[in-house]
Design a protein around this ligand. Sequence first.
Ligand code: BTN
Length: 235
Amino acid sequence: IGKQVISLPSCHSTNDLMAQLSAKKQLHEGAIIITEHQTKGKGQRGNQWNSPPGENLTFSVFLKPNFLLASQQFELNRIVSLSVLDVIKEFESSVKAYVKWPNDLIVNKKKIGGILIENSIHKGNIAESIIGIGFNVNQDSDLLVTATSLKNVFDKKFELEKVLLSVVEKIEHYYLIARSRDFKLLHQLYEEKLYLKDKVAFYEDSTGKFNGIIRKVSPEGVIEIEDEAENFRKY
Ligand code: BTN
């Protein structure tokens, strides 16, 4: 991963650009597109992803995980979530970093990064995967009250390139674990990092609000929350 790197001062969205270049067959597996500034950054559920120019990491990684079935897409979320969490932990092992299902990265109850994975499926397998990562590194001002950054947490600035390299090395590490089919290990590690697991918390779904406890995430990425009536609600 990272033998082909396309680095741009600005683009709409590294995920979108990656999709365009992939359609033109211009990308090798492991290619990275990184930009200082996205003018149309995309978040989960059709949200925008805004990040001040030059302060944070906004990049995409191109993989061809054809050893994964479409039903195993969530393994990619696990791989990337664990990678970013490991990098945060490496700076300071005492820091508590979690993944809020499906893939918000949380430190001190605030979001430090997000992941947007866009897959294309061919004959039931994942042919191509565009893995978009937004990681708040040096941003200090204009953070949402619900957001944080490495700078905020550790009170120092980081070299973006070094942080990128660390994340990419971790992705490669966990990707190889997946390729060796050790999904059990990935599941176990993800579960250990799962935010609010086994803790009572307040949730809301289409039927209303309720108190519940996250119990597990299935191999396919379905989360199970036990409610007060001891029903397991699946999402
Ligand atoms: C989220 O938490 O909502 C996901 C955010 C993903 C943002 C990254 S930044 C690089 C890549 N390109 C995009 O347009 N989005 C992802």
